[in-house]
Design a protein around this ligand. Sequence first.
Ligand code: DC
Length: 237
Amino acid sequence: MQGVNEITSTRQHPVIAIDGPAGAGKSTLAAHLARRFGYLNLETGAMYRALALKAIESDYSFDEEAPLLELASTTRIVLEPQIEGNRVLLDTRDVSKRIRDADVTAGASRVSVHPQLRAWMVGQQRKLGDKGGVVMEGRDIGTAVFPDAEVKIFLDAAPEVRGNRRYKQNAPETAPITEEAIIKEMKDRDYRDRNRAESPLRPAADAVVLDSTRMTLAEVLAKAEAIVREHVDASSL
Ligand code: DC
């Protein structure tokens, strides 16, 4: 069939790379595709978050690369894919909830600007995904972690729409935060992610850009599934 790739690497099943800015719906999409095809779902942002949490707890600056790199080398971060997302272990402790807090979110964005630290993360992430049969979600999966991924989707949406979705998702028991504050935090994070020197957030040249600004969730999931089937031979799925 035209436009369908046979997998030529040693992988039997594809790597599906999902990149895009914060709040675009990457986690929901990645979890859906993983369930649909029976693959592992790996949230790479959780690794940056786990390291940021360790930096907070160890009283390290987010802005000094050498000590952070040293800290990373003595840190064990494990992602355990589950139906509802990843369980995240930091040195064997379950930090899945804690890493979603605002201080860790801001810290993850700051630690992720450091080139050598990114190289360390990319190395870990390649090991996790190199056998294929994974949906890997992040900012640089299609450009740096798996430039040879069989499927690359860049999921985007207007910042106001992403902020509004995040606002509605917020559990009522969390500290009250206005929709405007969420949109501002998102724009700040976007700016840092898109303008860092190393692996800035951008679509790979061969990624399919999916702008969900005017799409329903069901439309996004159906479109993404169609993109996967267009790029991967049915026998390799
Ligand atoms: O996807 P997330 O919100 O959990 O990501 C947290 C931060 O980690 C985000 O601000 C950017 C960074 N990140 C990255 O630089 N590269 C990735 N592959 C994943 C996340």
